[in-house]
Design a protein around this ligand. Sequence first.
Ligand SMILES: NC(=O)c1ccc[n+]([C@@H]2O[C@H](COP(=O)([O-])OP(=O)(O)OC[C@H]3O[C@@H](n4cnc5c(N)ncnc54)[C@H](OP(=O)(O)O)[C@@H]3O)[C@@H](O)[C@H]2O)c1
Length: 274
Amino acid sequence: MLNRTAAARPELGYALVTGAGQGIGRAIALELAARGHGIIAVARTRSQLDEVVQQCSILNGGRSVALELDLLAPDAVDRVEATVRATQKPLTVLVNNAGQAIWGRFNELTADDHQRVLQLNVQVPLAITHRLLPLLRAQQTAYILNVGSMAGYTAMATLATYSGSKAFLLRWSRSLRLELRGTGVQVCCVCPGSVITGFTQRAGMQAMDDLARKFGLPPERIARSAVRALFAGRAEVVPGFLDGITAWLLVNLPSTLTERMASGIYLNRLPASR
Ligand SMILES: NC(=O)c1ccc[n+]([C@@H]2O[C@H](COP(=O)([O-])OP(=O)(O)OC[C@H]3O[C@@H](n4cnc5c(N)ncnc54)[C@H](OP(=O)(O)O)[C@@H]3O)[C@@H](O)[C@H]2O)c1
């Protein structure tokens, strides 16, 4: 838990954070609550939501709401909007964080698995942002934080759909930012490298766990950098010194080289049966 206490600052309005039950989303919710924002935390697991809402409420004076929701449900965006409106307070921050990966050769995973990743990583942020943007624009200042990935900087064998989805998110985020210039809505995309959360387990990437443990950053570190960059008006941030250098290399070295190197790490560790 954060050992910071912030005065409740109702004038800051509410931040909606998708995937706030654990990992990076939870850390971002706590970081924003510690700065005094109200929090609407969205995820499917009730017990995790209850815990994060309780922790946020200690930090922000009780202004925290849980929305237990599968973001892939047909009525998800309606329920998100209804929950935001029910607070009767300004929505000032939207964090599109919920996301997932699947690991394996493209045709060895089902088309449905690929579609689910695209839906959660691309279609859900797009639909929620489309619905909530008028509410954000109604504020003098508002913010959208999209949680991308360093995987969005390079093509990656065995992570084709994930890396494609995060490339979309980054380009979309930067495009939206240009479009919204002068409206008071800032858009930032955070592109973490490896982060120590339950993410690799969920993606069936246990074979990468030793690397994640060695080089991964804690989610709180990602949240601090992301929120700082968001409020500083930056377009994009890669938290961590080493990951910053890696991202620079991925963007600036010839892609034939970087794609082969990045893919090699994952191809070499893919279990033989997959
Ligand atoms: N961890 C990494 O190494 C890493 C690196 C770069 C980028 N990222 C990105 O960071 C973001 C968060 O990752 P993380 O590592 O924090 O993942 P995580 O530990 O797996 O947490 C994901 C969160 O999203 C929620 N979620 C997943 N599917 C959902 C759905 N259908 N509806 C509602 N909520 C859903 C989960 O809660 P429920 O299961 O309870 O719904 C959970 O709270 C993702 O976009 C990921 O691509 C992660």
